[in-house]
Design a protein around this ligand. Structure first.
Ligand code: NAD
Length: 328
């Protein structure tokens, strides 16, 4: 055997679902946001390209967390024709490397982990920024991610009710079923009514136009904007972003591909107006400072989140004697 041969653990989608729960994802994502804000963890420039085949968008998100000693890359993208083949449109795989030697240590299925880490991101923002007495959760969006978002958010406050709106109302019953499963009353409303009732709101759509307007949101609301992760996408009014205290996972992404891109582009806010959620986690930023303040979290989605949860999956699989092992 070559001196360079090393053991690689392969963790499947099913094993990730079995091993990585919402609590572990929350902790991993919260830790890595804190590490990013301390300068201990870095995301490398994202590559995302149309490959000119199957209408696919393919790319890599990579980074290094010096605090957690996690180095790796998530590779994958979006294949719009997959649903017709019985597959998920978003496909991804995480590769983890030994930061000391560069050797591949783990290959981890990334589809379930993407959903659970994205839900952990908005729930970390709710945990740190929503009013403690938030009672009504507003959901804008009812696609694949929405159910994960709802389950994770519901654990952060004593919510008594879910109000929801989706541009495609026929998708709402699936979300209503999730609410029912976790014991929360569910009401489908129009977006104006959603703003009037909700104390915390998650937006998780593929919208390219604002769906929520500033005048509809009541003082004290926390909004987690999770759908906007590409240039041109938009879920909320730029005036609403400007009226809120804005937080993000990563400022560089927030101003270019996140929800804040529009308020920045129209000169309503400056880059310096956006704080990181990591600073709130590390208590170097006070976060919400009044009950009337509108707080907004621009969750753009960073590679380090994927690496963090994949590392948890690989560690738990190794401890539980799961996963397949290969020598490379
Ligand atoms: P999905 O295809 O399952 O659902 C799409 C959702 O967007 C549905 O609610 C649908 O009604 C709505 N929608 C579709 N086209 C729309 C349009 N033109 N205008 C307004 N709404 C529209 O997708 P999903 O997997 O639930 O993902 C939702 C969004 O979240 C996507 O935009 C995806 O890129 C984004 N996302 C973000 C992160 C992150 O880390 N921030 C992670 C994963 C996914």
């Amino acid at each position: 055997m070559s001196a360079d041969a090393g053991q690689v653990i392969i963790v499947s989608e099913g094993e990730c679902e079995e091993l990585v729960g919402r609590a572990q994802a929350f902790e991993a994502v919260q830790d890595v946001f804190g590490a990013m804000a301390r300068g201990d963890a870095y995301n490398f420039p994202v590559v995302r390209e149309a490959i000119g085949h199957a209408d696919a968008l393919y790319g890599f998100k990579s980074g290094f967390d010096r605090a957690g000693m996690v180095l790796g890359v998530k590779s994958g993208g979006y294949w719009p024709g997959n649903l017709a083949k019985g597959l998920t449109n978003h496909q991804s795989t995480v590769f983890l490397f030994d930061p000391d030697t560069g050797r591949l240590t783990a290959l981890v299925a990334g589809n379930y982990l993407t959903a659970v880490r994205t839900a952990a991101s908005s729930s970390v923002s709710i945990a740190h920024l929503a009013r403690k007495d938030a009672k009504v959760l507003g959901m804008v969006g009812a696609g694949h991610q929405a159910g994960f978002q709802l389950r994770a958010a519901a654990e952060q406050r004593d919510f008594e009710k879910v109000v929801a709106w989706n541009p495609h109302p026929e998708m709402l019953p699936k979300l209503a079923a999730v609410a029912q499963e976790i014991g929360l009353p569910f009401e489908a409303v129009d977006p104006e009514e959603l703003g009037a009732q909700a104390d915390a709101i998650i937006t998780i759509t593929s919208a390219f136009e604002p769906l929520l307007m500033k005048g509809w949101i009541k003082p004290g609301t926390h909004i987690a904007c999770m759908g906007t992760d590409t240039k041109g996408k938009q879920e909320v009014d730029a005036e609403l972003v400007a009226a809120a205290t804005a937080f993000t996972d990563e400022v560089a992404q927030s101003v270019t591909i996140g929800e804040c891109q529009h308020a920045i582009g129209s000169g309503l806010i400056k880059e310096g107006d956006i704080a990181t959620i990591g600073a709130v986690i590390n208590a170097t930023h006070p976060g919400r400072t009044s009950d009337d303040e509108i707080t907004l979290f621009d969750g753009t989605g960073v590679g380090l989140q994927d690496l963090a949860v994949a590392s948890v999956a690989a560690d738990l699989a190794a401890k539980a004697g799961k996963g397949q092992h290969a020598t490379l």
